[in-house]
Design a protein around this ligand. Structure first.
Ligand code: FAD
Ligand code: AMP
Length: 486
């Protein structure tokens, strides 16, 4: 038996490291167990998000966006550039540098807050003990007063498309292509598939997205999903819905290897060949070998650690947060759960409003939403009003030559309380945050409409959409406010 801790966190992703820091801030003796190490055996903090998720994908999205701007968009501003060269190795090196800086930063924050890092694979035993196994197979057992499980998730693999070297890859492999593939296949038109497909399409790949479902982005508001599909198609992404991949075969040798993909759609079975294939069919909780049978923590039928609204497991003083529990697999959702749990251990009554978690797709333009969408409200029979403002009518969007898309705000027809916001357009990820705050404070669309917004800003589109809910937007002709009848 080794040291005792008030809190041991298993996993240092955005759920785990935030939980650990908050616990330490609240005066608890805290350790964070992490199994991820670099090739020298040094701990790699930050989890999926910092190492192979949010951050590296956004680094490549930003680099590839700048390439497209330089190649196609500068001209309209009257800026001529000579020939544009792309250096993929430099782009990847920049991404890796950002990752190293941020993961190292978590180490610094741990030190500053007094969180101990423990390298190794953690397992929850009975009586709130945590067994940690290092790379050499040596085991140390720690005693905790509280345990926070934040072991995260990994990409789903599907039998028809096993991963093979750098030819058939998951999202992690797709951040590492050393050159731009000529023909790139992507299985799955979810958030990650669209973002990674966009990166390589912008850099010149012919991208085909094969999606089994007939609906495109079913979780998004239908109007936004429709516009997104149109925009991405224009950018060269060939998105094929109702297309299920049934088999793949890697053929050829060395650098000349390609992958033959067999898929079925409404017309029958077809084949297509790609230079690289990205499998982006979702993520699953990493819950195997994590829990001793007698530790008291249970999994649900899909392998997620079973928790209540406050992230308590079935075992007293053991909590679970982030991708390993129900709810959207989003870094910010896990981080907020980490804070909530730390504060609840410290005796506070912190809660999360699970109805107010924004989602973003970092395509160009960005797609972002929060709250209820129109099809959900229709299905529930709730009366609502909608205000829409297109970026084409925004002076600032026009000045920036970014006029694609719209802001859509939905408010309760009776109380006017804001129920949802759905955006496709420039800086959608940041704009939606204004409505997240409005919803958190229980604001009405009139509250937003009566708020002063700086001019000229993209935010004015949020203001105008709020005005449009009541039918008095200034910079577009208004539709009369509609009261939906059940
Ligand atoms: P993770 O980040 O998965 O961290 C879990 C950690 O636990 C890992 O470091 C793992 O090594 C460690 N671990 C697991 N088991 C053990 C064990 N037994 N012992 C010790 N350590 C263990 N989300 C967003 O919100 N915005 C985005 O833009 C976004 N982009 C993404 C892009 C990509 C390509 C991917 C793959 C994901 C993206 N996500 C994004 C999702 C986001 O990365 C996850 O929701 C988030 O990382 C989950 O955080 P977590 O802390 O629960 O788990
Ligand atoms: P997400 O879970 O949002 O990352 O999206 C993953 C997508 O992959 C889902 O929309 C699935 O329908 C899709 N998918 C899963 N298996 C296959 C398959 N064999 N062929 C094509 N699409 C698939």
């Amino acid at each position: 038996m080794s040291e005792n801790y008030q809190v041991i966190v298993i996993g240092s992703g955005p759920a785990g490291y935030v939980a650990a820091i908050r616990c330490a801030q609240l005066g608890m003796k805290t350790a964070c167990v992490e199994k991820w190490v670099d090739d020298k055996g040094a701990i790699k903090l930050g989890g999926t998000c910092l190492n192979v998720g949010c951050i590296p994908s956004k680094a490549l999205l930003d680099s590839s966006h700048k390439y497209v701007e330089a190649k196609h968009d500068f001209d309209i501003h009257g800026i001529s550039v000579g020939s544009i060269e792309m250096d993929v190795a430099k782009m990847l090196a920049r991404k890796d540098k950002i990752v190293t800086q941020l993961t190292g930063g978590i180490g610094g924050l741990f030190k500053a807050n007094g969180v101990d890092s423990i390298i190794g694979t953690g397992k929850v035993l009975a009586n709130k003990q945590v067994e940690v196994t290092n790379a050499a197979g040596e085991q140390v057992i720690y005693q905790a007063e509280n345990i926070i499980i934040a072991a995260g998730s990994v990409p789903v693999e599907i039998p028809p498309a096993p991963l093979i070297d750098d030819v058939v890859v998951d999202s992690t492999g797709a951040l590492e292509f050393s050159e731009v593939p000529k023909r790139l296949g992507v299985i799955g038109a979810g958030v990650i598939g669209l973002e990674l497909g966009s990166v390589w399409a912008r850099l010149g790949a012919e991208v085909t997205v094969l999606e089994a479902l007939d609906d495109f982005l079913p979780a998004a508001d239908m109007a936004i999903a429709k516009e997104t599909k149109k925009v991405l198609k224009k950018q060269g992404l060939d998105i094929r819905l109702g297309t299920r991949v049934t088999a793949t075969e890697v053929v050829g040798k060395g650098k000349a290897r390609t992958v033959n993909v067999e898929y079925s759609d409404a017309e029958g079975t077809k084949k297509e060949s790609f230079d690289k294939l990205i499998v982006c069919v979702g993520r699953r909780p990493l819950s195997e070998n994590l829990l001793a049978a007698d530790c008291g923590v249970n999994l649900d039928e899909r392998g997620f650690v079973f928790v209540n609204e406050q992230c308590q497991t079935d075992a007293r003083d053991i909590y679970a947060v982030g991708d390993i529990v129900r709810g959207p697999m989003l870094a910010h959702k896990g981080s907020e759960e980490g804070v909530m749990v730390a504060e609840r251990i410290a005796g506070k009554k912190t809660q999360i409003n699970y109805d107010n978690i924004p989602g973003v797709i970092y395509t160009s333009p960005e797609i972002a939403w929060v709250g209820k969408n129109e099809q959900e409200l229709k299905a529930s029979g709730q009366d609502y009003n909608v205000g829409i403002f297109p970026f084409a009518a925004s002076g600032r969007a026009l000045a920036a030559n970014e006029t694609t898309g719209m802001v859509k705000i939905i408010a309760d027809a009776t109380t006017d309380r804001v129920l949802g916001c759905h955006i496709i357009g420039p800086s959608a990820a940041d704009l939606v945050q204004q409505v997240v705050i409005a919803i958190e404070f229980g604001a009405s669309s009139e509250d937003l409409a009566l708020t002063v917004f700086s001019h000229p800003t993209l935010s004015e589109a949020v203001h105008e959409a709020a005005l449009a809910v009541a039918g008095h937007a200034i910079h577009i002709p208004n539709r009369p406010a509609r009261k939906k009848k059940k």
